[in-house]
Design a protein around this ligand. Structure first.
Ligand code: A2P
Length: 277
C-alpha cells in the first residue's frame, strides 16, 4: 500500500489547490480513471495503510475545491484486501460533487472521510445456499467489492450478481469486471464455480429485457437461471439501487418470505441506497 499519503498540498486539475485537507479526511491520489458513458466512470485512488473497511461498505468522498467541500457517499467497489480503492460513479451535469469529480485525472487529490460503514456486508446475512445481489445503475458498486472477496465464496455456494440498466453500455463496468475475475489468481476458480452474472436492460434491445423486479414477479429470472424461486431457507439477498428500486425489491424479498437484517441482527436480506447527487 502507498506510503506517501500525508498529502499537504492537494492537487486539482494538475495544479496545487489553495484549500487545505479538512480535519478527519484522508487525501488520496488518483491513480486511474476510466469513462464508460456520458454518465458513468470509475476511478482508483491510493489506499492509506491505516484505512480498514469490510467489502460492501461505503465512505464519504469529496474534492479539495472549497473550504468546506461537498461530500457524498460512495460504496467502495474494490475488495477489502486490495492495495488501492476503486469507486464507480455517476456523472450528474449539475451535481454538486460529480460535475467536478468527473473531471479528475491521475495525480489529482480526492478527499475521503476516515470511517467506512454500511449494511451490504457478509456479516449482516445469515449463512445460506445462495446470495442474490440485486443492483441497478451504480448500485453494482458494493457488489463489485463483494464478488472480489473470497469470504463471499466461503459463505455461499452460489452468488448471483444481477444488474439492471437502461442501456447496454451501462453494463460494461460489471461485464468487464466479471470477465477479468474469471482469470484472477485469487478468486478465479471460485468465480468460475460459483458466480452467475445476470444482466438486463430496459430501454433498448438486448438479449434480456425488463426491470429486475418484473423478472422476479414473472419468475423469468429464476427460470432463465434454472433456479427455484427465492425462499427463506436457501436464499439471501442484498439490494442496491435507486430509492424506488430498493422499495420495490425489498417488498419482493419480504413477499418471498425473507426477513431484513442489519449489522447487529443478521437475517436474510439487506438493503442500501446507491447514492447519487
Ligand atoms: P426503467 O428504464 O424502466 O426506468 P435509473 O438510472 O433510473 O436508476 O435506472 C436504472 C435501471 O433501474 C433502469 O433499467 C430502470 O428501468 C430500473 N429501475 C428504475 N426503477 C426501478 C424499480 N422501482 N424497480 C426496478 N428497477 C427499476
Amino acid at each position: 500500500m502507498s506510503e506517501t499519503l500525508e498529502i499537504e498540498t492537494p492537487v486539482l486539475a494538475g495544479k496545487p489547490s489553495p484549500f487545505p485537507v479538512p480535519a478527519g479526511c484522508y487525501a488520496l491520489t488518483v491513480q486511474e480513471v476510466q469513462h464508460y458513458t456520458n454518465s458513468l466512470f470509475r476511478f482508483r485512488v491510493t489506499r492509506p495503510m491505516q484505512f480498514r473497511f469490510r467489502s460492501g461498505e461505503f465512505v464519504m468522498i469529496g474534492l479539495p475545491n472549497a473550504e468546506k467541500p461537498v461530500f457524498r457517499a460512495y460504496s467502495v467497489a474494490s475488495p477489502s484486501w486490495d492495495e488501492e480503492l476503486e469507486f464507480f460513479s455517476i456523472k450528474v451535469p449539475d451535481g454538486p460533487l460529480t460535475e467536478h469529480l468527473q473531471k479528475i485525472q491521475p495525480g489529482d487529490t480526492v478527499l475521503m472521510r476516515k470511517k467506512a460503514t454500511g449494511t451490504l456486508v457478509n456479516d449482516a446475512l445469515l449463512p445460506g445456499k445462495r446470495v442474490w445481489m440485486f443492483s441497478t445503475g451504480t448500485g453494482v458498486a458494493p457488489f463489485a467489492s463483494l464478488i472480489r472477496d473470497p469470504e463471499t465464496y466461503d459463505k455461499f455456494d452460489q452468488i448471483i450478481l444481477t444488474h439492471g440498466c437502461r442501456t447496454v453500455p451501462e453494463l460494461k463496468y460489471g461485464e468487464d469486471l466479471v470477465a477479468s475475475l474469471r482469470d484472477d489468481p485469487l478468486v478465479g476458480d471460485l468465480v468460475r464455480d460459483k458466480l452467475i452474472h445476470y444482466t438486463t436492460v430496459t430501454r433498448e434491445d438486448f438479449v434480456r429485457r425488463g426491470r429486475l423486479t418484473d423478472l422476479i414477479v414473472s419468475g423469468k429470472l429464476f427460470d432463465d437461471l434454472g433456479l427455484p424461486r427465492m425462499g427463506p431457507e436457501e436464499d439471501r439477498a442484498m439490494i442496491c439501487g435507486s430509492m424506488a428500486m430498493l422499495k420495490d425489491t425489498k417488498e419482493l424479498c419480504l413477499s418471498h418470505g425473507l426477513e431484513e437484517g442489519a449489522n447487529n441482527k443478521p437475517a436474510q436480506f439487506v438493503v442500501e441506497r446507491a447514492f447519487v447527487d
